[in-house]
Write a protein that binds this ligand. Structure first.
Ligand code: TYM
Length: 362
């Protein structure tokens, strides 16, 4: 790890963020949050987990605004989502006494650092980022345009990471390019002004992109029917999988005459869930059953639903028990306390960065 060479005494820092856009889902959980819990519980790292509420605002459409329309981001809903997200993280198993939980917006120095990093960044690098192109394309399909913050999204992400001198970044596979860019920013700054930023590493127990149940790409909050949320009951999980879209390529197996219609698991979206939530026995059962037409698609989907529910049930129960006025008040307090501590660290580092650049607070 490049970062270790810089400072062998301090504890390594784990950092990751998540946008408060509604309840967490299985994709967030398997891709990232599960690793956050594990890394926190190891007790070896200083852990920083934050609500990326400034990043969340990039979903606003500048084009709508120019036409004099409202963006659809409701401040009251956003507030509730942020508090709810803290409860989601606690339900997943993150202990706020062991990790700092805070909101990005509590630390204005991050946007100062973002500005410094933006001066190292060619516009073409940002325009070429897959995430930007994809989101911009989707907005344009809906007849609206991307705002400037969407373009500079990775610069703020790099500031989130470098602002606490983070070493280890547990994220889903879709964030790899963003972390790669943050690594480049650390190197660029260090080359120009001297060593300040460790070069962070992505952390993935397994590089994951959990697909949407309805075959609409990766699981995400914008496709509720294709996502399993922390709050979904066992019945809802079963229903969502029973309606799951199976085939990604070949025509799906027939339901009425399934005994005479063997399938091809390699092209089945439902089958791909066995890799994510099943044991090797579960996977072999489904593979042999599908190829040999000894099980129906309904049986296969029901088995996946059971496996998913086994993961979600304890989280769902904890989440329900946290959903009280007291629980919500505690979540706000956690954000307040976490924010104070995280901001203290960022202030120190950004002050140093500004001094190195030659723009101290005169
Ligand atoms: P966000 O809110 O989109 O997602 C939060 C985390 O969940 C992972 N994830 C998935 N993993 C696998 N399969 C899926 N279907 C899936 N959907 C989401 C994401 O990879 C992510 O780890 N830009 C970030 C937030 C952020 C951040 C940062 C992260 C802002 N600054 C600094 C790390 C470091 C985001 O929007 O994540």
């Amino acid at each position: 790890m490049e970062s270790q060479a810089q400072d062998s005494v301090r504890r390594l820092i784990v950092l990751s963020g998540i946008r408060p856009t509604g309840p967490l889902h299985l994709g967030n959980h398997l891709g990232a949050v599960r690793d956050w819990v594990d890394l926190t519980n190891r007790g070896e790292y200083d852990c920083y987990f934050f609500l990326a509420n400034l990043h969340m605002l990039t979903t606003r459409s500048a084009a709508l605004h120019t036409e004099g329309k409202k963006s659809g981001v409701d401040p009251k809903e956003l507030y509730d989502d942020q508090v709810g997200l803290v409860l989601d993280l606690m339900a997943a198993g993150i202990d706020p006494n062991k990790a700092l939980i805070y909101a990005q917006s509590t630390i204005p120095e991050l946007t100062e650092l973002m500005w410094l990093l933006a001066t190292f960044t060619p516009v073409s690098r940002l325009e070429g980022m897959h995430h930007f192109k994809e989101k911009k394309g989707k907005l344009e399909e809906e007849g609206v345009g991307a705002n400037a913050a969407l373009l500079t999204y990775p610069v703020l992400m790099a500031a989130d990471i470098l602002g606490v001198q983070a070493d280890i970044i547990p994220v889903g596979e879709d964030q790899n390019a963003h972390v790669e860019y943050a690594r480049d920013m650390a190197r660029a700054f260090n080359r120009e002004y001297g060593d300040l930023f460790p070069v962070p590493d992505v952390w993935q127990t397994k590089a994951l992109r959990v697909p949407s149940i309805d075959c609409s790409g990766k699981m995400g909050k914008s496709h509720p029917e294709g996502s399993v949320f922390y709050t979904d009951s066992e019945k809802v999980i079963r229903q969502k999988f029973s309606r799951a879209v199976k085939a990604t390529a070949n025509p799906p197996r027939t339901q009425s005459d399934w005994r005479n219609d063997p399938g091809d698991p390699a092209t089945c979206n439902v089958f791909s869930f066995f890799d994510l939530v099943g044991s090797s026995e579960d996977k072999s059962w489904a593979e042999a059953g599908c190829r040999g037409a000894t099980i129906s698609c309904g049986e296969c989907k029901a088995r996946v639903a059971v496996l998913v529910n086994e993961i979600m049930a304890p989280i769902r129960e904890r989440r329900l028990s946290l959903e009280t006025d007291i629980g919500r008040a505690q979540a706000v307090e956690i954000l307040h306390e976490g924010g104070k501590k995280a901001r203290g660290r960022v202030q120190e580092i950004v002050t140093r960065a500004k001094e190195m650049v030659g723009i101290p607070a005169f």
